[in-house]
Write a protein that binds this ligand. Structure first.
Ligand code: ZN
Length: 317
C-alpha cells in the first residue's frame, strides 16, 4: 500500500499576488486554521480577461488584496468549488463589483435534520470554553450560483482559456473541480489537498462518493493539481492513488472493528485512534461515521434499528 506523502507550503506572504504558472496567479487569504492550513488560495486565471476561482472568506484584508490584484482587469467568470465559508462568501461581493457570473454545481443543500448530530453539551470543567474543538467547517448556505454547471461542461472558452467542470462530490455533495485545458491542470478545491487528508463529514459529506471522486481524478492524469489549501502536486496520479489506498485501509480497519464487537463510532475511535490526542477523537468519530455509512450502503454492516446516525449501533452482516 502506498502511504500519501504530504507536503508543506513555505513562505506565505498574505495578500501578495504570486504568479505560480504562465496563466495562473494566486492570492492567499490570512485565515490559517487546522482546516485551511496556511489559508485559502484564491486563483486568478488569465491576463486582462480573467477567471477567479474561490474568491474566499469574508475577510476585509482578502477583499482588499483581490481588489488590488484585479485592478485594471475584467472578471469574466467566478468559479466556486463548494460552499464552505473559506471558499465562497466573497463571490457575492465580486459579482456585485464585476457583474461576472458565478458558476458552481449549485448551492449547499440543507442536510437531513434527522441525521445531523445534536450540538455537544458544554463541558462543566471548561469555564472559558478554551477546550472547545471546532469539528466542522462552517457552511455558506447563502451562496447560490447564477449559473449551475454540470459534469464535463465547458464553462469558459475563448481568448486562450478553456475551463471545464469535473464533478467531485464527497467532501461536500456539491463539490466541483475545474480544469484549465491550456496548462492541463485541475483546480481541486478541498477534494484533494497537498498537505493533508480531506474532511469527509456526514450527512452532507459522503465517503463512497469521495472515494469514487478520488478515482475519477486519479484516472484523469492532469499535469498539476492546484488545491485551495497547500502546495500544488505534479504527482497527482500517485498521490491521489495513495489517498484512495489510505481510505480503503481505514475502511477495512473499521469493518474489522465492527466484526470484533465494537458497535459504535465512539468505540471504534477508541480502538483505532488510541494513540491520537483525546480532543481529536470527536472529528475522528465523524470520519469513522462516514466509513460506517459507506459500509452500510455496501451491505457489509447493518444499523441496529433506525438511521445511520453518529450515535447509532452498527452490526456486522
Ligand atoms: Zn471545504
Amino acid at each position: 500500500m502506498t502511504v500519501p506523502e504530504f507536503r508543506t507550503l513555505d513562505e506565505v506572504e498574505y495578500g501578495a499576488v504570486e504568479q505560480v504558472s504562465p496563466l495562473i496567479r494566486r492570492v492567499i487569504a490570512e485565515n490559517p486554521s487546522k482546516f485551511t492550513y496556511r489559508g485559502t488560495g484564491t486563483y486568478i486565471v488569465g491576463h486582462g480577461d480573467v477567471v477567479v476561482i474561490d474568491p474566499g472568506p469574508q475577510l476585509a484584508s482578502h477583499r482588499v488584496a483581490l481588489e488590488r490584484a484585479l485592478a485594471g482587469e475584467r472578471v469574466r467568470a467566478i468559479l466556486v468549488t463548494h460552499c464552505h465559508s473559506d471558499h465562497s462568501p466573497l463571490a457575492a461581493w465580486l459579482r456585485e463589483v464585476s457583474g461576472a457570473p458565478t458558476i458552481a454545481f449549485g448551492p449547499h443543500p440543507r442536510p437531513d435534520p434527522e441525521l445531523v448530530p445534536p450540538p455537544d453539551p458544554p463541558d462543566p470543567d471548561d469555564e472559558n470554553g478554551d477546550a472547545e474543538i471546532v469539528i466542522e467547517e462552517s457552511t455558506d448556505f447563502d451562496f447560490v450560483p447564477t449559473d449551475a454547471a454540470v459534469d464535463g461542461e465547458t464553462v469558459v472558452s475563448g481568448d486562450g482559456i478553456t475551463m471545464r467542470a469535473v464533478f467531485t462530490p464527497g467532501h461536500t455533495s456539491n463539490h466541483m473541480c475545474w480544469t484549465l485545458d491550456e496548462e492541463s491542470v485541475l483546480f481541486t478545491g478541498d477534494h484533494v489537498m497537498g498537505w493533508s487528508t480531506t474532511v469527509v463529514s456526514p450527512p452532507d459529506g459522503d465517503m463512497a462518493d469521495y472515494i469514487d471522486s478520488l478515482r475519477k481524478v486519479a484516472a484523469r492524469g492532469d499535469a498539476v493539481l492546484w488545491p485551495t489549501h497547500g502546495p500544488s502536486r505534479d504527482d497527482g496520479r500517485t498521490f491521489v492513488g495513495a489517498l484512495v489506498d489510505h481510505r480503503l485501509a481505514r475502511e477495512a480497519a473499521v469493518l474489522a472493528a465492527v466484526r470484533d464487537g465494537r458497535t459504535t463510532a465512539v468505540e471504534i475511535v477508541e480502538l483505532l485512534y488510541a494513540d491520537v490526542r483525546k480532543e481529536l477523537h470527536k472529528p475522528a468519530a465523524r470520519s469513522v461515521w462516514a466509513h460506517l455509512t459507506k459500509l452500510v450502503a455496501d451491505g457489509a454492516v447493518v444499523v441496529d434499528g433506525g438511521l445511520p446516525t453518529l450515535d447509532a449501533t452498527y452490526l456486522p452482516v
